[in-house]
Unconditional design. Structure first.
Length: 179
């Protein structure tokens, strides 16, 4: 399967510096994230793909989507956006659980439910499959940088890491196809 577009997604490597870990010293991949695209930016991106609708119309639909999806989720209604996936609510229980149904009858549900999370399951249908391994095939992955923490803005609390980025300059070259 070919990539959706030719824009590359950088894969950075970060060294495990936790001396207590049995994985100490090993490098792990992490995807470089760009700045988050705003709703207005998404609307512009959609219209740039040849939409017959102007940015303000697309933006209006997206605004309604951001209002309606949380409203439906708050009612326990999962919402599937075909080609993208399904949003659904789940309960975060307070630690310990309840001993019995009888105990539940003595308290309000809010006493047991600590939080309500919005979860997302990507589309898994063959045509629109964007689950992790299938989605990887749609990405154009390239090596980015080695990421190293060189210090902290607040050294006492280890807060505000200061990063050093070193380009990974030895990318693996794809072998040439046999004749």
């Amino acid at each position: 399967m070919s990539t959706v577009n030719s824009v590359e997604m950088k894969v950075n490597l970060r060294k495990n510096t936790n001396e207590k870990s049995d994985q100490f010293g090993k490098y792990y991949a992490e995807l470089e994230r760009k700045r988050t695209l705003s709703l207005r930016g998404l609307a512009k991106h959609i219209t740039d793909h040849g939409s017959i609708y102007t940015r303000d119309v697309v933006e209006g639909v997206l605004i309604k989507l951001t209002q309606c999806v949380p409203e439906l989720l708050a009612q326990g209604q999962p919402v599937k956006l075909d080609g993208l996936g399904t949003f659904y609510p789940t309960a975060q229980n307070k630690p310990g659980g309840l001993e019995s149904i009888e105990e539940a009858k003595t308290i309000a549900p809010t006493a047991q439910v600590e939080g309500v999370h919005i979860r997302f399951t990507p589309e898994g249908e063959m045509l629109d499959n964007i689950t992790s391994k299938a989605f990887k095939e749609k990405c154009s992955l390239v090596w980015g940088d080695e990421i190293e923490i060189t210090g902290y803005k607040d050294a006492q609390k280890k807060k505000g890491p200061i990063y050093k980025k070193t380009p990974i300059s030895n990318p693996i070259v794809e072998p040439e196809p046999e004749p």
